[in-house]
Structures are given as C-alpha cells and as structure tokens.
Design a protein around this ligand. Structure first.
Ligand code: AMP
Length: 278
C-alpha cells in the first residue's frame, strides 16, 4: 500500500491507472477507522482492480460549534487497517483545498430536512469535499455507508445532476455486537451514555416491528410514539419515518420507508436508521 499526501500525486497516479484500463473503487472517510469503514473497503476490494481510501477531516462540513477540533484521529492505526484490507492507495492529504478555494457544491431539497435542518451548511461541505475528491481520484465507483443515509442520497443526487462519470455504491450499516451503530464519535461516550445510546437501535427496531404488525398504509404516528418513548436521550434532534428515496413524507407512490433518528447523549450527537420494508 502506498500512502500519498499530495493532491497532485494522487491525481497523477489515479489518472494513470484509469488510462491503463484499471477500475478504481474509492472509499472516502474521515479516519478513526472501524469495522463499518472496513466493510466499505471490502465491498470496494471485491469489485475493483485498485482500491483507494481517503482520510480527511473536512472542516467545511463542521458547524462553528461542532467537534472539528476534537474529532478523533489515529493515522497509524488507520494505515494498518487499510493495509490489512488490501487497500492499494491511502490518500491522507497534507493540504487539501487550494488556498483560494471558492466553489460550493449544493444539493437542494434533499438537504433541508433531517440532519440538514439542525446542521446548516453541513451537506454543502460534504458535497464540496466529495466533488473535489472525485476529481482527484477518478473513481470507477465510490462506496458510501447507509449509516449516513441522507448523505448517501445527497451524493447520489449530486452525481446524477452533475452527470459525474462514476457509480455510487451503498453499503449496509454495520453495528457493534450490542447493536450500537459503529461510529468514530462513539469514542466520546461515557460508559453510562453508551448504554443509553443502545436505545437508538432499540427504538428503531421497535418502530419497524410495530409497522410490520400494523401493515402497509397504516398511520405512522403510533410507531413514532413508541420510538420516542423508548429513546433515553438527553435531546432528540429528530425521529422520522420518511420515503427512503425522497426523504420526504411518504405518499401513495412511496416504494419503501426508512426510520431515522438523531439524538444527543451528553454532548455527543449520534445518528442511526433502519429500513422498514414491510
Ligand atoms: P466517516 O468517516 O464517518 O465520514 O464515514 C466514512 C464512510 O463510512 C461513510 O460513507 C459512512 O457512511 C461510512 N460508515 C461510517 N460508519 C458506518 C457504519 N457503522 N456502517 C457502515 N458504514 C459506515
């Protein structure tokens, strides 16, 4: 595995690979890697000649009061995990944006609800960094986790709207053995808060069970009430059941539903979601 710190070098290396006819599977991350990230790398490894992973804590996607400065980092451990997963190129940029960077990529509508409502500008930061990464890495496809379900939808939309020439592959959410969705931010949790955070997935699965009992087309409010009652959080940011494609309120045309939750445990904000296919 080669570790590359320069934007010019990654662009040159991947341009050459594509010119040689090799496929590139790309996994963008913010590091502090765990089994969720590793499952994305495996998906890429199965399908691509070359696997590229990026590790960059993108300042543009953090709000002024968010955790940019204390976001956990472990470059050596991350490099070891990437190497174990058979990654070919690890891109850890020493500097990423041009000094006079002036472009913002903004997806409308899909970004207004859920995480977009409480994190203004967050998705603009995500789409801007991902667009630049795609320009640097020339991927044949890029893998994103369903853990960040809204992010995956927003990136699919950006790629479709801007006719970017790559495929977006969604990968299932990976949970710890006790059910907690794996996240780099779980490191912030005290033991007590971590135990309370288990109510995130319990609430979501209870909602799914209730909807399975109620059947297709049933009122969603009782399931949401059950979810809210089970959540032992300091603050619920949102708990929603939405159309999985539009992330808006379900309609007669809705093909599948998704339950999503964001909540605070202490000062740590966690997200989780589950498919509600009935
Ligand atoms: P992050 O490092 O948090 O920006 O995440 C990088 C990528 O890993 C994103 O596509 C996430 O959706 C994905 N990811 C993070 N946690 C998980 C998880 N528990 N299961 C599956 N994918 C994940």
């Amino acid at each position: 595995m080669d570790t590359i710190e320069s934007v010019a070098e990654i662009q040159e290396r991947t341009r050459k690979l594509r010119a040689e006819g090799r496929s590139i599977g790309f996994v963008p991350t913010m590091g502090f890697l765990h089994a969720g990230h590793r499952s994305l790398m495996r998906t890429a490894r199965e399908r691509a000649d070359q696997v590229v992973v990026s590790i960059f804590v993108n300042p543009l996607q953090f709000g002024p009061t968010e955790d940019l400065a204390r976001y956990p980092r472990d470059p050596e451990g991350d490099a070891r995990q990437c190497s174990e997963e058979g990654v070919d190129l690890l891109f850890m940029p020493a500097s990423f944006y041009l000094p006079d960077h002036a472009t913002k990529v903004q997806v409308e509508r899909l970004t207004t609800g859920l995480c977009g409502a409480s994190r203004p500008g967050h998705f603009d930061g995500v789409t801007t960094v991902v667009a630049r990464l795609f320009g640097l890495v020339h991927p044949t496809f890029a893998v994103f986790g369903e853990k960040d379900f809204q992010q995956l939808a927003v990136i699919r939309k950006m790629v479709a709207d801007l006719a970017m020439d790559l495929e977006i592959v969604g990968a299932p959410l990976v949970r710890d053995t006790d059910g907690l969705a794996l996240s780099s931010r779980n490191k912030y949790l005290s033991p007590e808060d971590r135990t309370r955070a288990l109510t995130l997935h319990r609430a979501l699965f209870a909602m799914r069970d209730r909807l399975r009992t109620d059947g297709k087309g049933a009122d969603l409010e009782p399931a949401k009430r059950i979810g809210r009652a089970l959540l032992d959080a300091d603050r619920i940011d949102y708990l929603e059941i939405v159309d999985a494609d539009t992330l808006a309120e379900p309609t007669a045309d809705t093909r599948s539903l998704r339950a999503l939750v964001a909540a605070f445990f202490g000062t740590t904000r966690l997200i989780d979601n589950v498919g509600l296919d009935l």
